[in-house]
Design a binder for this molecule. Structure first.
Ligand code: HEM
Length: 146
């Protein structure tokens, strides 16, 4: 069980809204950051075959789904202290051969993106709330990959 406060949930929710308000640009920051650290991801995501194309709507759609799931993770944690992931998520990621170090790369990219989106509202408390929500969702996905 993880203790996740109403304040932490509110921090994740409000910064998710800021992220979403400028979704196309934030999606570019997110995928560029992933590819910087993990060039192999270019061949994993079908929509990155031609690199990070700001005009490709699939980039934004995917980023919205992923960040939205981490936001939902915060809601689950506040309500019941645990996170359950959709059953298909484990198999999607195991089919793609996603590794533990790649989960760390995506986490770093997610934090960097939220930091860039919220600007001077960024602080340790906000970072920590996203980190816990991400780690617990990643853990739930990994369980489904086993
Ligand atoms: C908490 C972490 C993550 C969340 C919430 C998440 C979420 C998702 C979702 C919602 C999908 C779409 C599934 C579908 O359309 O059926 C997906 C697909 C995918 N994910 Fe993740 N993911 C996470 C971590 C990762 C990591 C670490 C990698 C490794 C690079 C990764 C690589 C992929 C790939 C390659 C696809 C298929 C994309 C495509 O070509 O359509 N994901 N993920």
């Amino acid at each position: 069980m993880v203790t996740f406060t109403e304040k932490q949930e509110a921090l994740v929710n409000s910064s998710f809204d800021v992220f979403k308000a400028n979704l196309p640009q934030n999606s570019v920051v997110f995928f560029n950051s992933i590819l910087e650290k993990e060039p192999a991801a270019k061949n994993m995501f079908s929509f990155l075959a031609n690199g990070v194309d700001p005009n490709n709507p699939k980039l934004a759609a995917h980023a919205e789904k992923l960040f939205g799931l981490v936001r939902d993770s915060a809601g689950q944690l506040r309500a019941k202290g645990i996170v359950v992931a959709g059953t298909s998520l484990g198999s999607v990621h195991s089919q793609k051969g996603v590794t533990d170090p790649q989960f760390a790369v995506v986490k770093e990219a997610l934090l960097k993106t939220i930091k860039a989106a919220v600007g001077d509202k960024w602080n340790e408390e906000l970072s920590n709330a996203w980190e816990v929500a991400y780690d617990e969702m990643a853990g739930a996905i990994k369980k489904g990959m086993a």
